[in-house]
Design a protein. Sequence first.
Length: 108
Amino acid sequence: MWQVQLKSTEVLHSRGYEVQPIYGAYGRGKSGYPADDIDVLVVRIGPVDAWYVRPIAAVALAKNLRFYPDIECKCTRWEGYREAWRVMGEGGRQFKVQRSFVGSPARA
């Protein structure tokens, strides 16, 4: 079974959409996601219905991730992960993705 963290944004900031691949724990501050907690980070950019599927190893040291799904930009380093559902199919694992957005995800 895949451990997936979903992040979503609707806000345009400096021509791009930004998310932070971190979580907050009461009394412990903010931390990045360790590779043994999640396998994949999925980012949804709401206004353009764009999805990015990234292995956690590709996010390891990033504090902010900025996406430019609807403009031409020289900073397209994450475009290779756009709609990259194949990332979850690596290693012979089977998966079914239901792409619906019903609210804010909560971290258990």
